[in-house]
Every structure is written in C-alpha cells, then in structure tokens.
Write a new protein. Structure first.
Length: 488
C-alpha cells in the first residue's frame, strides 16, 4: 500500500526515525493515503461517524447526572461491594483480551460497546450496532458473557454500568500510587493489646498449624485502614495488585554487588551442586530411603540448610543469562553443562516433579505430599490434587492426649491446645522431617515465584490457595474437592 519509486526502490525505507512512534505515525499517514487512493475512505468515515454517534449517548451533562448513574449502576440483588467486585472482575477479563491495553487504560468506547451488546436482546440489535460490534474481537464478547451473563436480568443500563466502571478506574489509578503507603497487615500482628487469648503476634490462623473458625470470636477484630483495604480488595484490578506485589519483591530483594568480571557471578551468589543422574536412578528404584536421600529436592534441602531468607531473596541478573533472576548458581554433576539460567530453572521443575511422583504402592515417592481421596480413587474433579503429608500416628496420639486433658483444662485452654497442637504435642522423627521438608518447599516455591519461574504445585483450591489468600471458603466445597465420596 505504500508508494514506490519508478526504479523499484522504496524511498521510505531509507528514512530514519528517532522513536518507534514517529515511524508508526508516518506509516499510518501513508496507509490512509493508500486507502483514499483505493476509494475506501467512505467506509472508514462511516464507521467512525457511527462510533462517535454511539459515544454521544454516553455523555454526562453534569455531576448530578453522574451521581444518579452511580446510584443506579449497582447490580440488583447484590450489595454495593459485591456488585463492584463483580464489575471489576469482569472488566479485568475484558481488558485482558483487548489489544494493547491494561485495565486502567482500556478503551472506554470498546467497553461501552461490549456492555451494550451484553445488555441488548438479539431482537433489538440493529445493523448500525452490528457494524460497530464487528470492530471488536469476538473473544471479548465471549469473556463478557461468561462473566456477567448469569446476571443479565439484574444488570443496570449500559450507561450506568460504564459510570461505575469509570469510578473503579479512577479508584485504581489512585490505588496504584497509594498502595505502597498504606498498611496491609492486620493491626493484631505485633500487638499485645489486641491479641486476645493468643497474647501477641499474628492471629491463630497464622500462628497455629490448624484452622479453627471459633477464633474469630476470641480474637479482637479492630477496625483499621488495613482491614478495610483487605475487605475491599475485590475492587482493585489485577494489574494494580501485580504491580504492587512486584514493587514489594523488588524492594525486599537482597542487593548483590557486581563482580569485577561482568561475565562472572559475584561470590555472594553461592553454588549448589546437584546430581540429577543419581536422583533419577533413586526415583526409579523401589527403595524409599534412597529416594529421600538422593532426590533433587533432598539435595537442594541439604545444600541450602542454614541459608537465611536474605540469601534466597537475591535477584541477581548476570550478563548473558537471558535476564533470569537467580539466588544461587547450579552445578549439575556429571552433565558437563554451564548454568546460563537453564539448569537453574530445571532444578525447580525437577524438585516439583519429584514431590508429586507416585510410586507403585499409590504413595508419593518422597512422602512430603500425599494424594487426595479423589486422586487415589480416580473420582471427582480434582483427581490430580495433593495434600500435605502427616505422620500416620499423629492424629491418634493427639486424640489420646485430648481425652486425658479434657477434664482438667478449661475451655480456653482446650481451644489453645487444639489450635497449637503441632507445637504442644511431642513429635517423632518422621513428623519433624515432614515439617522441615514442607517449610523448605515453601521457601523453594517462594524463590521460584520471585524469579519468574512457573512451578506446578497441585494443591486444593479451597483448603490451601483460598486460605492462603484469606478468602472465604465453604467447608462442603473443600470436602467435595478432595473427597467426593465423603461429601455425598
């Protein structure tokens, strides 16, 4: 579509531009000129005029009208927080599929067209709107339907809905700048005044190793900025949360001085020796002792024993390593390869694969995780999920102790004993090894997340991931996810 000279050379190919934006501007001007030469101007102008006429229906006259739109923009049969959380979630999914935009800078016109298409029945759609709908990727309409179609009868008008979205966008623009300055931890942490029965420190769900719903009644729930912020986190877009988490990880990263040779790693970056050949032979054998001793996970645990959290929080990027952040260097014994970020990523993948490997007896090879009932029976939906392992006689020993102490302890003392059972009861060697391995698993997964290495950790959504994010879970949903037969 670009004009060429008579000798076949493109005169524009010899031009140099200071920025990509300048190059794109010149290309767009020549593109429009070629369209005019081909007689396609009328079609473009017609679509643009229809788009402008459509946007005029969303104009707001004054602040009073905007206030009325906000008041009527709530989804019926939902409170204000639930309504805005649903709108923010749907808006985020739509922005993910629209080209070249995030939630805050997403095109208002495209969102208005998508919301109009969702709210209008098929019989009331006209040809002019169909022409405008064709300018947007059909995947965006599918995503919007999946998110809000079950609420189509309760949705407000598209104009009220877009007013609500505009307010959410304004909130997130300010939240992106204000989150680093706001507290996100509960006020109970580190407080002896609000500690309740726990005295001071984190609440029972965090300090204890088991969940107890009764702790909400004995733990003082203090109103604070952090509590309101955590309650309203559904209003924040995913991009805002990700940028905040990334900034926290960058701020808490351990600084590492550069080496004199830019191609060499600093001496602060330690070397970890891993023998994957021996690990594969051990995993393929039937000896559980060899598996726990020579697996990649166990080798990493031995090599990093005694390492502080600051060592694993390093995020050094070496020259020629493809931009991969690292906390240590990997030496693969007997393989003759250098760690230019490939072996570093592979040891995380190998370790995660080993802890979910199931032997011929139906148990995991390392005994750190154990398959759920659905996984063992091959029933239900979560057939690939695992749970944290525990010693076989741990529950029996706790029940025996509870029977003897029930008559001599008060209700509050029994509650504390139940919550901190893993700390108050005597543990055997197997229980200690499992607990140390689970702690190291958390450190390993945290390091992988900080360095952008995806790992496969198939744990239940309800009793692990939602609890980790402190989201509300239904007990029956948790049981159904791990044991469908017990749920029935």
């Amino acid at each position: 579509t670009l004009p060429s000279s008579s000798n076949g050379d493109d005169p524009l190919s010899q031009l140099l531009y200071a920025t990509p934006e300048d190059s794109a501007t010149v290309w767009y001007k020549n593109y429009l000129q070629a369209i005019r030469n081909n007689g396609c101007t009328n079609d473009l102008e017609s679509v643009e005029s229809k788009r402008n006429a459509f946007l005029e229906t969303f104009n707001v006259k004054d602040i009073d009208e905007f206030s009325d739109l906000l008041a009527t923009g709530k989804i019926r049969r939902c409170n204000e927080l639930e309504s805005d959380s649903l709108i923010a979630a749907a808006y985020g999914r739509i922005a993910d599929v629209l080209p070249h935009c995030d939630e805050i800078e997403c095109s208002f016109a495209d969102c208005a067209l998508i919301m109009t298409n969702l709210s209008l029945p098929q019989s009331s759609k006209n040809i002019e709107l169909d022409d405008l709908f064709k300018t947007i990727d059909s995947v965006a309409f599918e995503v919007a339907s999946e998110s809000l179609l079950h609420l189509s009868d309760d949705l407000p008008s598209p104009k009220s809905l877009m007013a609500r979205m505009a307010m959410l966008r304004a909130l997130n623009r300010r939240a992106r700048l204000g989150l680093p300055w706001l507290p996100v931890r509960p006020s109970q942490e580190g407080s002896a005044i609000f500690g309740g029965l726990a005295g001071f420190g984190p609440p029972l769900e965090r300090a204890g190793r088991s969940f107890d719903s009764n702790s909400q009644s004995i733990w003082v729930q203090v109103p604070s900025i952090s509590a309101r912020l955590r309650k309203c986190r559904g209003l924040l877009f995913c991009s805002v949360k990700r940028s905040f988490v990334d900034s926290v990880m960058d701020t808490t990263a351990t600084p590492t001085p550069l080496s004199h040779d830019e191609y060499e790693l600093p001496r602060e970056v330690r070397t970890v020796r891993v023998n994957r050949l021996k690990a594969r032979r051990a995993i393929a054998s039937d000896d559980s002792g060899l598996k726990r001793k020579h697996s990649v996970f166990s080798q990493l645990q031995r090599e990093m024993r005694g390492w502080s959290g600051a060592t694993l929080r390093r995020g050094f990027i070496a020259k020629g390593h493809g931009g991969q952040k690292r906390a240590f260097k990997v030496k693969l014994v007997g393989e003759g390869v250098n760690d230019y970020s490939g072996p570093y990523r592979e040891v995380f993948t190998d370790a995660m694969r080993e802890i979910t490997d199931i032997d011929s007896s139906g148990n995991t090879s390392l005994g750190i995780l154990e398959p759920t009932a659905n996984n063992q029976g091959g029933v239900g939906e979560g057939r690939d999920l695992f749970l944290f392992a525990q010693s076989s006689d741990k529950k029996n020993r706790f029940d025996e102790v509870s029977v003897h102490l029930t008559t001599s302890l008060s209700t509050e003392e029994q509650h504390l004993l139940t919550t901190f059972s893993s700390l108050t009861q005597k543990q055997d060697e197997i229980s200690r090894e499992i607990e140390e391995s689970l702690v190291f698993l958390g450190r390993l997964v945290g390091t992988a997340c900080r360095h952008g290495i995806p790992v496969d950790l198939p744990l239940p959504l309800g009793i692990f991931w939602k609890r980790l994010a402190e989201e509300h879970v239904e007990p029956y949903d948790c049981i159904q996810e791990i044991d469908i037969l017990a749920f029935k």
